[in-house]
Design a binder for this molecule. Sequence first.
Ligand SMILES: [Zn+2]
Length: 681
Amino acid sequence: MNNPLLQDWITPFKTPPFRLIKTAHFKPAIEDAIRSAKDEINTITGNPELPDFENTIAALDRIGERLGNITSILFNLNSAETNKELQEVTLAISPVLTRFSNDITLNKTLFSRVKAVYDSRDSGFLNNEQMMLLEKKYRNFILGGAGLGEEKKSRFREISEELSQHSVKFEENVLDDTNSFELHVTDEADLEGLPEGVIEMASMEAKARGKNGWVFTLHFPSYAPFMKYADKRDLREKMFKAYTSRAFHGDKLDNRELVKIIVSLRLELSNILGFNNFSEMILGDRMADTTAKVDKFLDELHSASKPAARRDFEAMKKFAIENGHKGELQRWDWDFYSEKLRKSRYDIDDEVMKPFFRLENLEKAIFDLASVLYGIKFIPNDQIPVYHPEVKTWEVHNSDGSFLAILYLDYFPRPGKNGGAWMTSYREQKSEPGREVRPLISIVANFTRPTETKPSLLSFNEVTTFLHEFGHALHGVLTRCTYESLSGTNVARDFVELPSQFMENFAYEREWLSKWAVHYRTGESIPDELIEKIRLSSTFNEGYACNRQLGFGFLDMAWHTITVQVNLEVSEFESDAMAKTELFPQVEGSNVSCSFSHIFGGGYASGYYGYKWAEVLDADAFKYFKETGIFNRETAASFRKNILEKGGTDKPMNLYKSFRGKEPTIDAFLERSGLIDPPSP
Ligand SMILES: [Zn+2]
């Protein structure tokens, strides 16, 4: 047994010994770790003592520590530094892990112990954190069907399987229909307005399809710039109609039936589990924990932002007419005139900004910001094993010198790395009697690489991305909880983006930018005029955008709060739900639901409101900082103590109120987005 994954790691801070790990080690190590975890479960279920919080709930939270350590390495590597072999292992191991987690949820003896503890939860012996853990564990069992009798359980399983097949089919239909369309252009005049790079891409696409000329598709990198730049209005109309009628053509790829089947099955599933509707089931552990709260939130934001949406719309109409537009403004005109209006008002060019955003400067500035706010220190440590030579590692310490966490930073794109940026961890924090486990946190990104002549110079978007992921990382680094399932970023879905989006706010502050954003060659500070443009452009068309997103939120909630089967046609149901957010004339043959993958394919069902919810939260939190000074240590200390350290150990609203002194309101968000004028001083 020479498997490093199964041995104690004699590395600094017991970090994963990446240099010793071979792909072939994963499968046997995970199987072994699952066997150990099963033994741990048997110890809990075989305990002759009556079930109590410690011997059942806390014990359950501790099982599978080794399994967790190994699988996090596997999954993290598969995202950040993968290859064919590793992908195959990950694919092969996934069902094994699903089976193991089902074995836990469907273990009757285990569930009866959990339920016994849950039923006596009001005896007054549990603190907040323990209550949160108990509720979380119990909810997992309940939503997994553990509380059902045999007959209902078998129907529950049937529905779960059908639903996962339907979601896959839904996505397949959207993708196949996306792929079934192409706009083949052979006349060069039809390319007018399009940037060089977009035309080049279209010409490559045509070649790949064995055609001459240019091919545009409904995939985002082709579709989005086409709608933005193409002068030919009839072609934009054609593209738009193709895009918004995906899986809505009445052929075999049509998703209309599937939408209705999915929502009825979700309703039935939630009914079986004792809920009135699907939303009620999903929202149970969210910050907005009832459908009434979500509805109120969407309505409130809608009333407040509607005037700004109309204002944006009217301004665009006026601008379009001034620029020669005739007739009614249609949806396929929006992106086109938007881009022109944006350019005429702000004319921000990434290439002008990039020289001021050197990665090394930003990294130091972000570390300094965390030091100013929270008194923490970052010390490089190149003795910590890494999975790629480009990954850099840091020790994070408290101001008193005590150790907080290890931070891995992996900045640049590589062939084996997924796109985008994310924060993840190799080990989560927990505190056991006589043993404090500190976390191993990692940020993975795809920032602009340095070249032979230039250092890494970031776009503004990359700057906010770094701040965003660093906010998640701080949530992971500063956590001080007892139980792993509640520590760090293990919080409600509509609360988890607060620390990350909060950090993004600094990118718009002159006070912070002027500290570090200097031209990489001349050393000149970023001009005030440029900062002003960044600030102003961040509110451009926000009223329209907010209104549009609320429309999707209303639609999502409408589909998931039904309590009886839907008899209406999908289009009719959709129009009813979105009517109040419509500004454009209806387009015959267009439909949102049939290609709304977030809620019918992915995991955002009854969760789409969360995007705006999180923005409202982070704006409200940052406003508090602005009131007290954005580098105010006391405000920061409160944010740290009440939010960043607390993980999911209390209800999110309680945590937030402890920090802010009151519940959040939408005002700061409206102000920041330019939807209302700021109050006069
Ligand atoms: Zn995030």
